[in-house]
Design a protein around this ligand. Structure first.
Ligand code: F6R
Length: 614
């Protein structure tokens, strides 16, 4: 959460920083700020509650000159979102400005100590403690900024990506990270900083991904130097980012979320490219080939993830148990990390994360690693902390996901899990050849069927308009479609703020049915599979209580068409692949309801794309 940008070079820093903040706004958007060393040598800080556009308005008549600066878009953790708590924060002597993404866990102790030395604080943030501490160390020890940062960070517990500007040194930015992402961009006589590469790629594709406990010294006219807390030089490869501008712009769509929903067919082709080969009747995941001995015969698999990625994990469990006959448990990473799990070297932990930065998932990985488990990551963000913390893994390759509500990452994760289950099932001899071929061929056809489904956008838009009145929704599904119901409900909650619950359809009678009346729409995923008749009975029970039913059915279904109020038809596919198709109309339903209610779809309140705090 929170986005960080920095610039030092020959251009005017301000426009570069503002553009960068807009790219990172998905990470947090309750306040924003910028610090610039202006032409006449002043340290100017402008910050305000609200979005980056509010900052632009606020700074419109101010001095925004200068070729070095840092900027921040915030997702509040400590201290309410207002202009005082917004970053950058300034040190008590007025020399240093800092921006920070993460949480300083021992900030209260440090703050107390600094207050005892007479230092006054202006904000309620944990971040301000950092800048005061660094200034204090620098003054007390009469040392340079780098040494002060190194010493100060040794006493800090928590997660951070920081950038610091010194009023008296317009040729330097110091940046550091621990458990929060930070990328340095290297251009021609100019440098960039970003929480990810999106603010950078317009200017250069050469980047350094900082590692934990790295401190980067960025100096005008010099090479970037990276040291650790003991001032040991850290070697870093300059890598080339494969990200293009089109991937991070809306491309004519009104929202990133809609663009990302419509991108899914192409994304899944990218995800399967070089992996699914129908002619050769084969799925290849290099991670499985390279790590056969760890993956072929585990005692069990534990999937750890949060939110939407956890829903993908629930589908993964069914796929792996079905094709590979390996017992699978799916855990919320946040619960797992504080549990006392019985794991050992014979276990495989699959960590699923779009951003690759989710703090709880990262901590769950560290715990599992410490017990000797082998860790397989399924991530989207290339080079992210989780992808680096795992023993092996498979990227989902769906491109940057910017809309806060996850869409294409979910279907990408399910696709990788399907390929993984197929490949492992074949290696283990637990899936029969006929089924393997059938699923493989059907998987290959999913993008085309998604295209077909996406043409129903207008129908779904019409349906959504009918339901904007509702305050509560129930989503039901069974088997492979139960996680789809959970995911559909989560999408609606996140962006429309309508309360929604997902349930396995048969559980309805064990409680939730008490809620059902003519005010509560029920979305039922009722495709033609082994449990179809049972779900039809559920629909009858719902209709008997006068609720409106939106049914997601298999193409040509006549029975449910007669019972439900609104029907969306899915092309036929293998039962295990139905989630890939069924989730599309549910994403669209949530999107159009939120738009009809005038909500900020891409940046829903209180949320952020990358949850780097627990
Ligand atoms: C929901 C959503 C979140 C994330 C969750 C995990 O639309 O996006 O529930 O799925 O915060 O994030 P990642 O996958 O980045 O670990």
């Amino acid at each position: 959460m929170c986005g960080i940008v920095g610039y030092l070079g020959k251009r005017n820093a301000y426009p570069v920083l503002i553009k960068g903040l807009k790219r990172l706004e998905y990470r947090g958007y309750d306040s924003a700020g910028v610090a610039l060393l202006t032409k006449d040598g002043n340290l100017q800080v402008y910050k305000t509650k609200g979005k980056v556009s509010d900052l632009e308005t606020y700074a419109a008549d101010k001095d925004t000159t200068g070729t070095v600066g840092i900027a921040h878009t915030r997702w509040a953790t400590h201290g309410e979102p207002n202009s005082t708590n917004a970053h950058p924060h300034i040190s008590y002597m007025g020399n240093l400005a800092i921006i920070h993404n993460g949480i300083i866990e021992n900030y209260a102790v440090l703050k107390k100590q600094l207050q005892e030395h007479g230092i006054e604080f202006k904000s309620n943030t944990d971040t301000e403690v950092l800048v005061q501490l660094i200034e204090y160390v620098r003054t007390k020890r009469e040392t340079d900024l780098l040494t002060a940062v190194r010493i100060a960070l040794r006493s800090v517990i928590g997660a951070y990506a920081i950038a610091i500007l010194d009023k008296n040194d317009p040729d330097q930015i110091i940046a550091a990270r621990k458990s929060s992402p930070l990328v340095v961009g290297i251009g021609e006589e100019e440098f960039f900083l970003g929480s990810d590469a999106s603010p950078i790629i317009e200017y250069t594709d050469k980047v350094i991904y900082l590692d934990d406990k790295d401190i980067a010294v960025i100096r005008r006219g010099e090479e970037v130097e990276v040291v650790d807390f003991n001032n040991e030089k850290m070697e870093h490869e300059v890598t080339t980012v494969e990200l293009n501008l089109a991937q991070i712009e809306k491309g004519g769509f009104p929202h990133f979320m809609l663009k990302e929903i419509f991108e899914q067919p192409e994304c899944l082709k990218d995800c399967m490219r070089g992996r699914v080969n129908v002619e050769a009747n084969n799925v290849t995941l290099s991670a499985i080939i390279d790590n056969r001995k760890h993956l072929i015969n585990p005692r069990r698999i534990i999937i750890v993830a949060c939110g939407t990625s956890w829903h993908a994990g629930l589908i993964g469990k069914q796929l792996i148990e079905d094709f590979c006959q390996i017992p699978v448990e799916v855990e919320y990473a946040s619960e797992f990390r504080y549990s006392k799990p019985v794991i050992n070297e014979q276990d495989v932990v699959i960590a699923i994360s779009q951003s690759g930065e989710t703090a709880d998932t990262l901590a769950a990985i560290e715990l599992a690693k410490s017990k000797g488990a082998f860790i397989y990551g399924i991530c989207n963000a290339i080079g992210s902390s989780i992808s680096r913390a795992t023993n092996t893994g498979s990227y989902i390759h769906v491109g940057p996901e910017i809309g806060v509500a996850s869409t294409k990452a979910f279907t990408g994760q399910v696709t990788v899990l399907t390929m993984l289950a197929l490949a492992l099932g074949k290696e283990r001899g637990t899936i029969d050849n006929l089924r393997y071929t059938r699923v493989l061929e059907a998987l290959n056809e999913v993008p085309e069927k998604m295209e077909q489904l996406l043409t129903q956008g207008d129908t779904i838009k019409d349906i959504s308009r009918i339901f904007t009145y509702a305050h509560n929704f129930l989503y039901l599904g069974r088997g492979y479609n139960y996680p789809v119901a959970l995911e559909g409900a989560l999408k609606l909650k996140e962006i429309s703020y309508i309360h929604a619950e997902g349930y396995p359809a048969a559980e309805m009678k064990h409680g939730p049915i008490a809620l059902i009346d003519d005010e509560m729409p029920v979305v039922v995923v009722a495709t033609k599979n082994v449990l179809y008749d049972k779900v039809v009975s559920n629909i009858q029970e719902i209709k008997a209580r006068k609720a409106r039913v939106i049914a997601i059915v298999s193409e040509g279904d006549e029975t449910i068409c007669k019972m439900a109020d609104s029907v969306i038809e899915l092309p036929h596919t293998e039962e295990c692949l139905e989630p890939l198709l069924a989730s599309i109309p549910l994403q669209m339903l949530a999107y159009y309801i939120a738009v009809a209610k005038g909500k900020d779809v891409d940046q829903p309140r209180n949320l952020a794309k990358s949850v780097t705090v627990e």
